[in-house]
Structure formats: C-alpha cells, structure tokens
Design a protein around this ligand. Structure first.
Ligand SMILES: CC(C)(COP(=O)(O)OP(=O)(O)OC[C@H]1O[C@@H](n2cnc3c(N)ncnc32)[C@H](O)[C@@H]1OP(=O)(O)O)[C@@H](O)C(=O)NCCC(=O)NCCS
Length: 190
C-alpha cells in the first residue's frame, strides 16, 4: 500500500481523498451494500458521468470527500464526506458516511471517522462537525456516540429519503468537546 497518498493513519485503516479511479471499486461496494445502506442513505447507482460530477464537488471549498482504506490491502472499506462547510465565524461541516457490507462491523468506520474528525479540526481548521441521523439508525448513533458526539436536538422532515421527508436527530462535536483549545475563528477566511 502506497502510504504517501494517505492523509492520516489509524491502526488498521488510513484515510485519503476520493478519486476518479475509485469508480469501479465504489460501484461494486455500493451494489453489494444496498441492504446495509437502505433506508439510511440514497442507494441509487451512479453512472460514470454522475460519479465524475460527484468527485468534482470535492474541488469546491464547501465539500471534502474521503475514502477509508484497509492498511493491509489498500481496499476501500468506507466513505466519509464533510458537506456544506461554512467558514467565517461558524467553521462547521455536516458529515455523511457509509461502511460497506463485506467489512462493516469491525471497527473500521470508528477508526476512519476519528481520523477524519482529527483532520477536520486540525488541517481543515473546522470547529464543529454535525451528523444528522434518523432515530432508528442505531449503528450510526452508536458510531458518533463512540467518538464523543452529543445529541443537540431533532430536525423534523430533514431529508428526503426512501420516498419521504425523514426527521433526523442532530448530533455534533465541537473542538472544545475533544478537550482541545478552540482556535480563533478570525485566523480562517470566510
Ligand atoms: C453507520 C455505519 C457507517 C456504521 O458502520 P460500522 O461498520 O457499524 O462501524 P464500525 O466499522 O466502527 O464498526 C463498529 C461495530 O463493530 C464492532 N466490532 C467488531 N469487532 C471490532 C473490533 N475489532 N474493533 C472495534 N469494533 C469492532 C463494534 O462492536 C461495533 O458494533 P456495534 O455497532 O454493534 O456496537 C454503517 O452501519 C452503515 O454504513 N450504515 C448505512 C449507512 C448509514 O447509515 N450512514 C449514516 C447515515 S446518518
């Protein structure tokens, strides 16, 4: 596994930015994971052009896209996005994440999300990350709880998923909650 392309390493996984060359691997993984992902995230398959647009989204300063890879094999075991990044005096982003069926339930996403949180709070200079989770999505709630996120509240009719507007719990983590001193927001541009 070529270590140099990775942004951060945990014991069993490493995190790098998503790339166009990941198309086939992610398409296969998404296909095999339809049951795991339904009804929590959109499960539609992306044709190559849609994937190209999806990856291009992460060229914008408002979105960051990562894949979590096994350190042993280099294979992708998860995906994590930071969406809707707001700068200025907010410095916050919204997380999206998926595991894949063949490697779920081994702790890889806990490791991967921990690495992305650390990267977000250091390299990206963010101050808060939120995760919006349907109340019945217990494995997702356990995941963010393990990383210290706290439930802030409930947003009714938050996201259109599986044919209806679904209410989500809003879980969040700030730099202060990690026991680290928060940076001054004025050091980052709007
Ligand atoms: C939410 C989701 C990403 C969590 O993935 P995950 O595979 O459960 O997360 P991890 O890789 O961290 O694995 C944690 C589980 O592995 C278990 N585990 C087994 N062996 C382990 C080991 N050696 N080390 C650590 N954990 C281990 C943990 O006990 C934990 O199980 P639990 O959730 O029953 O407590 C996954 O369920 C998923 O993709 N869901 C569909 C998409 C989705 O809901 N996305 C989020 C929308 S808000």
């Amino acid at each position: 596994m070529a270590e140099e392309i990775f942004l951060a390493h945990g014991p069993q996984v490493a995190v790098r930015r998503i790339a166009l060359r990941d198309y086939e691997e992610i398409t296969d993984l998404t296909r095999e994971s339809a049951e795991l992902h339904h009804p929590w995230v959109p499960t539609r398959e992306m044709p190559p052009e849609a994937f190209r647009e999806y990856v291009a989204r992460f060229d914008q300063p408002t979105h960051e896209g990562f894949v979590v890879c096994s350190r042993e094999t280099g294979a992708i075991v998860g995906g994590i996005n930071i969406n809707n990044i707001v700068r200025g005096t907010i410095q916050s982003g919204a997380l999206g994440y998926v595991a894949y069926a063949s490697t779920a339930g081994r702790g890889y996403m806990t490791q991967g999300l921990r690495l992305v949180v650390e990267f977000a709070f250091t390299e990206l200079g963010l101050h808060r990350l939120e995760a919006n989770i349907q109340p019945a999505n217990e494995s997702s709630i356990r995941l963010v709880r393990r990383l210290g996120f706290q439930r802030e509240g409930y947003s009714p009719h938050f996201q259109f998923l599986d044919g209806a507007w679904r209410g989500h719990e809003r879980w969040a983590l700030t730099v202060e909650m990690t026991g680290t001193q928060a940076p001054d927001a004025s050091v980052r541009s709007a």
